[in-house]
Design a protein around this ligand. Structure first.
Ligand code: PBG
Length: 327
C-alpha cells in the first residue's frame, strides 16, 4: 500500500528545503520608498495617521533617504507638499518648486546609486485638491494633460530618473511622452498609474500630502472598484501611449487585478501598497494584535506572488532592514 504516493509535506520539512523550492522572493531592490517633502525648514513632522512616516524638509529627507539606502533601498518616489497652492498647480512645474529643489539636492548627493521617481500630479498643488484643472465644479481632462506634461518636463530637468503620473486623466501618457521627447528627455521612462482605483485606502496619504479634495471625490477620473476587465483596457491604453511600467493601485485588495494584468502584458508591473494598507498594519501592531514584521513580509510576498515586479511601500525602509537581517 503506497498511499499517499504524493506527500507535499516532504518539501516543507526544513527551512533549507522550503527555501529551495520557494516560488516567490521579495528582493530589496524591488522596493520603492515614498517620501513626502515639505517646504518648511528643519521639519520632521510625523503624519498622525501613518506612524513612522514624516513630512520632511529637504535636509531631513536626505538623512531619511540615506538611512533607507543603508538598509538596501535603491529607489524613492517623491511627493511634494508646497507652501503655495493655486488653481493651476503652478508650483508643480516651477523650477523652484519643492519637488524640483529636492530632486536636485537628492541627485547631487546620491547620484546613480539612487533612482528618483517623481509623482507627476496636481492635487497637492491645487487649492481644490483635485488632480486636474477644475471649471464649474468639473475636473477637465484636456487642459489638465497639458499641465501634467509641463510638470513631467520640469521634474526631468531637475534630475528625476523617472516620472510617475498618478492623475488618471485620459491621454496623459501621450502628452507627457511628447513633452519629454520635445525637451530632449527621450530616455526618461514613464511609470503610469494605469489601474488606479478610487479607493478609501488613500485616506492617510491625503493627510500626509495635504491633498484631500475640498469638494466632491475622485470618482470621475479614478477607476470604480467594481471593474476588473477595464483595468486591462486602462493598461492597454497606457501602453499604446508609451508607458514603460504600468501600475496597479492599491495592492492588497486588488491582487486579482495584478494577476489579471500580469497575464495580459509583458511590461513590468508596479504595485502600490497604499497608505491605508500601511496604517492598518501599524495600528494593529501598536495594539500588539499582530506580528508586524511577519505580516509585512507576508503581504509583500503576496503582492509579488500575484505578479508585481516592483512594490511601492511605506514599509520599504523597515522591510529592507528585516530582509537584510534575514540574509
Ligand atoms: C495623488 C496620489 C494619491 C496617492 C498617490 N498619488 C492620492 C489620491 O489619488 O487621492 C495615494 C497613495 C497612498 O494612499 O499611499 N494623485
Amino acid at each position: 500500500m503506497h498511499y499517499p504516493l504524493l506527500r507535499l509535506r516532504r518539501m516543507r520539512k526544513t527551512a533549507v528545503i522550503r527555501d529551495l523550492v520557494a516560488e516567490t522572493q521579495v528582493p530589496v531592490e524591488k522596493l520603492i520608498y515614498p517620501v513626502f517633502i515639505c517646504d518648511r525648514t528643519n521639519a520632521r513632522d510625523e503624519v498622525s495617521s501613518m506612524p513612522g512616516i514624516f513630512q520632511l524638509s529637504i535636509d531631513n529627507a536626505l538623512i531619511e533617504i540615506g538611512q533607507a539606502m543603508e538598509a538596501g533601498v535603491r529607489a524613492v518616489m517623491l511627493f511634494g507638499i508646497p507652501d503655495e497652492k493655486d488653481q493651476e498647480g503652478t508650483s508643480a512645474w516651477s523650477e523652484s518648486g519643492i519637488v524640483q529643489r529636492a530632486t536636485r539636492r537628492i541627485k547631487q548627493q546620491f547620484g546613480e546609486d539612487l533612482l528618483i521617481i517623481t509623482d507627476t500630479c496636481l492635487c497637492e498643488y491645487m487649492t481644490h485638491g483635485h488632480c486636474g484643472i477644475v471649471m464649474q465644479g468639473q475636473v477637465l481632462n484636456d487642459p489638465s494633460v497639458e499641465i501634467l506634461a509641463r510638470v513631467a518636463v520640469s521634474q526631468a530637468e531637475a534630475g528625476a530618473d523617472m516620472v510617475a503620473p498618478s492623475d488618471m486623466m485620459d491621454g496623459r501618457v501621450t502628452w507627457i511622452r511628447d513633452g519629454l521627447d520635445d525637451a530632449g528627455f527621450d530616455d526618461i521612462p514613464i511609470m503610469a498609474y494605469s489601474a488606479k482605483y478610487s479607493s478609501a485606502f488613500y485616506g492617510p496619504f491625503r493627510e500626509a500630502a495635504e491633498s484631500a479634495p475640498t469638494f466632491g471625490d475622485r470618482k470621475t477620473y479614478q477607476m470604480d472598484p467594481r471593474m476588473r476587465r477595464q483595468a486591462v483596457e486602462e493598461v492597454g491604453q497606457d501602453l499604446t501611449e508609451g508607458a514603460d511600467i504600468v501600475m496597479v493601485k492599491p495592492a492588497l485588495a486588488y491582487l486579482d487585478i495584478i494577476r489579471e494584468v500580469r497575464e495580459q502584458v509583458n511590461t513590468p508591473i508596479a504595485a502600490y501598497s497604499v497608505s491605508g494598507e500601511y496604517s492598518m498594519v501599524k495600528a494593529a501592531a501598536q495594539q500588539g494584535w499582530i506580528d508586524e514584521q511577519a505580516v509585512v513580509l507576508e503581504s509583500l510576498t503576496a503582492i509579488r506572488r500575484a505578479g508585481a515586479d516592483m512594490i511601492i511601500t511605506y514599509h520599504a525602509k523597515e522591510a529592507a532592514g528585516w530582509l537584510k537581517a534575514a540574509l
